[in-house]
Unconditional design. Structure first.
Ligand SMILES: NC(=O)c1ccc[n+]([C@@H]2O[C@H](COP(=O)([O-])OP(=O)(O)OC[C@H]3O[C@@H](n4cnc5c(N)ncnc54)[C@H](O)[C@@H]3O)[C@@H](O)[C@H]2O)c1
Length: 337
């Protein structure tokens, strides 16, 4: 097959990562267009990415007959209608998570995918493509820890970017929908079962602005799964040491722990503070390789006529669990999913 010509929607924090990968690092793909509002971002597309086709209107971009696929990295509320418009225009779709911000939007995207079985639609649950997570999954499948019965998942954003999180907190849907979507997906993936009920709570000890906006700076949720297994999620916004992502899967015969210390690399720094490894600072740093691997997989799926492992059904499941968790947090009750 000829090279896949991809257009990107959104050139923010993550859009620029995907754009750079598509432009320079992925065999079989070429970045040919971008859609983004704002003169600065459009200038970035022309000057930094060398693109001639730069749009402010998504429908105009997907009407381009020379385009084969789109990567949607726009704000979450835009994903579903853009997925639908792209599929209806005959383009393959990679969309960032979350699938949508309401169940109605998610079902709209699901219907569009059902109308176009000939097209690939992949959702960006990139942690599944991270080497350590993929390795853990392989070990579990090979029986290394027996039957997995508990997943403990931690995701704390760096305090260094807390101002942005505060600004966004009134419209983000709350800490669980905003921060725990990957954990919802991973728990199900590792346990091989879906969440049946959830109890959740939140607290705010450092930045009252989160509560002023109806949010919390830290959230904890516990889940019971249909097969009897358990899950525990801890999300937050105030890690003073960097970006803390950690997952532990406990089974009848052992445990696998991913990033118990969120190390930057293998270097040990000896200084006035002692001997220590430094921590990763941000999601683009921690998951740089996973973002590349998932996009390579998207391009391979299109070229080989395969369906990817992460699609709208996974997005709908994670969003449903996210809503149930938010309801449990807001009401203080156990919520059936
Ligand atoms: N997989 C992950 O780990 C991960 C990490 C961060 C963000 N995300 C997701 O990626 C998406 C983008 O996040 P971000 O942090 O890059 O956001 P951002 O706010 O930094 O960037 C959003 C970009 O989209 C553009 N935009 C706004 N409306 C648009 C439209 N209608 N069409 C096209 N572009 C539009 C903005 O101008 C901006 O360039 C969000 O859905 C977010 O949840 C996923």
């Amino acid at each position: 097959m000829k090279e896949l010509r991809v257009g990107i929607a959104g050139l923010g924090r993550l859009g620029r990562v995907h754009a750079a990968n598509l432009a320079h690092k992925i065999p079989g793909a070429v970045l040919t267009a971008a859609c983004v509002p704002g003169a600065d971002s459009q200038a970035y597309a022309r000057q930094e990415l060398g693109l001639e086709k730069v749009y402010g209107d998504f429908r105009e971009m997907v009407a381009d007959p020379e385009l084969d696929a789109v990567a949607i990295v726009s704000p979450s509320g835009e994903h579903c209608w853009q997925i639908e418009a792209a599929l209806d225009a005959g383009k393959h779709v990679f969309s960032e998570k979350p699938l949508g911000v309401t169940m109605e939007q998610c079902l709209q995207a699901e219907a569009a995918v059902a109308r176009h079985p000939e097209l690939v639609c992949m959702l960006g649950f990139m942690r599944r493509y991270d080497k350590s997570y993929a390795y853990a999954k392989e070990k579990i499948a090979a029986g290394a820890i027996g039957t997995p019965y508990l997943v403990k998942s931690t995701g704390i954003d760096p305090e260094a970017v807390v101002e942005g999180a505060i600004r966004y907190s009134g419209t983000s849907g709350g800490i669980f929908l905003d921060s725990a979507i990957h954990d919802m997906d991973l728990m199900r993936w590792f346990l091989g079962s879906e969440a049946a009920e959830v109890y959740a709570m939140g607290c705010t000890f450092k930045h009252p602005a989160f509560q002023d906006a109806g949010d919390d700076e830290t959230g904890v949720a516990v889940y019971k799964f249909k097969n009897g297994a358990m899950g525990m999620v801890h999300v937050g916004r105030t890690a003073p040491y960097g970006y803390h992502i950690e997952t532990e899967i406990v089974g009848t015969e052992g445990t696998i722990r991913i990033s118990a210390v969120p190390e930057k690399n293998r270097a040990m720094v000896y200084d006035v503070n002692g001997a220590r490894t430094e921590c990763v600072e941000s999601f683009p740093e921690r998951f740089a390789e996973a973002y590349l691997t998932e996009m390579e997989e998207f391009v391979r799926c299109v070229r080989e006529g395969r369906k990817p492992d992460t699609g709208v059904a996974d997005g709908i499941y994670a969003t449903r669990v996210g809503y149930a968790t938010t309801e449990a947090w807001k009401t203080g009750k156990i919520v059936k999913i």
